[in-house]
Design a protein around this ligand. Structure first.
Ligand code: R5P
Length: 291
């Protein structure tokens, strides 16, 4: 039994010492298998070392939410601008053309919706991930909720076992209990628990002190965009996350709920891969929107 009465928050993250990437360009991957490295190379641009993933898995929780009414009309046309598409099997099969060659990060857990208690999830069969030719698999790992913490960590660990068997990287989708602060302490802990359980990528949320979240997680971190923000604020969020060491985004609502989703996709991509500043990226967005 761990000694629980002397838990000290870490504060020595070696922020000025980058992780060793001498054998592979992404952190934490030096000794990953050939297959994992190959798949990660398809997701993370090899020049910038970063990724722009387009997330459209929201429907399994909330149905046809704004911007996702028709994946074939709302998301498929954006695919060319994404480095990776993240969604659920039913929407990929029905609404993304099979001629798509962009990597797929398949949402591999499913369960309760926003109508009941969230995160009571189960894993889908890995046969579907193979059938869909997934480049990565994603599952939720929720900490701090007595009802679902053990379940989601068990799901996640099982998915990593499956991923390792087939050399498919697994992305941890972090969540923290509804009564917990959405801060660096808890997102840092959720991210680290994903990594401890074998994640190859961790998706979490930008918060104050994000450099510690990233430094404490030995594999690439990408951020979710969260609720829809004005475009400049969403671009500033991406910029701050990258400055703190995030290696990209897995963004949904701030793209597909934008007044100009394709322009927003291109602006995010330019910021992530070409190091545009937020003011430059918003200028690009406005130019493209008005073209
Ligand atoms: C959350 O469970 C989902 O995985 C979403 O894909 C994620 O939150 C990213 O979407 P958004 O940028 O809309 O937050």
């Amino acid at each position: 039994m761990a000694d629980l009465d002397d838990i000290r928050d870490g504060d020595n993250f070696g922020l000025n010492t980058p992780a060793d990437t001498s054998k592979f360009y992404l952190k934490g991957m030096n000794d990953a298998s050939w297959g994992i490295k190959n798949r990660m190379s398809r997701i993370f641009n090899q020049k910038s070392g970063r990724t722009v993933m387009l997330a459209f898995d929201h429907g399994f929780l909330m149905g046809p939410t704004s911007g996702l009414e028709r994946i074939d009309l709302n998301i498929a046309p954006l695919a060319d601008e994404a480095d990776c598409l993240m969604g659920c099997r039913g929407m990929i099969r029905t609404s993304i053309p099979a001629t798509n060659t962009k990597p797929i990060c398949l949402r591999t857990d499913t369960g309760t919706t926003i109508l009941t208690e969230m995160n009571h999830n189960t894993l889908i069969s890995e046969i579907d991930a193979l059938g869909i030719n997934a480049t990565a698999m994603a599952a939720m790992l929720a900490i701090g909720d007595a009802e679902t913490e053990a379940l989601t960590i068990a799901n996640f660990s099982k998915l990593v076992d499956i991923g390792n068997k087939y050399s498919i990287p697994v992305m941890g989708v972090t969540a923290v209990g509804k009564d917990m602060a959405r801060d660096a302490r808890y997102f840092g802990m959720a991210s680290r628990v994903c990594a401890e359980n074998g994640a190859s990528i961790v998706k979490t949320y930008y918060t104050e002190g994000f450099e510690k979240v990233v430094a404490g997680c030995p594999v690439p971190v990408v951020i979710a965009g969260g609720k829809k923000l004005p475009e400049l604020e969403a671009l500033e969020l991406c910029y701050k996350a990258i400055q703190c060491g995030a290696l990209g985004v897995d963004m949904g609502r701030n793209v597909f709920q934008s007044e100009a989703p394709l322009a927003m996709m291109k602006a995010v991509k330019a910021l992530i891969h070409d190091d545009l500043k937020p003011t430059e990226a918003i200028e690009l967005f406005n130019d493209l929107k008005n073209a």
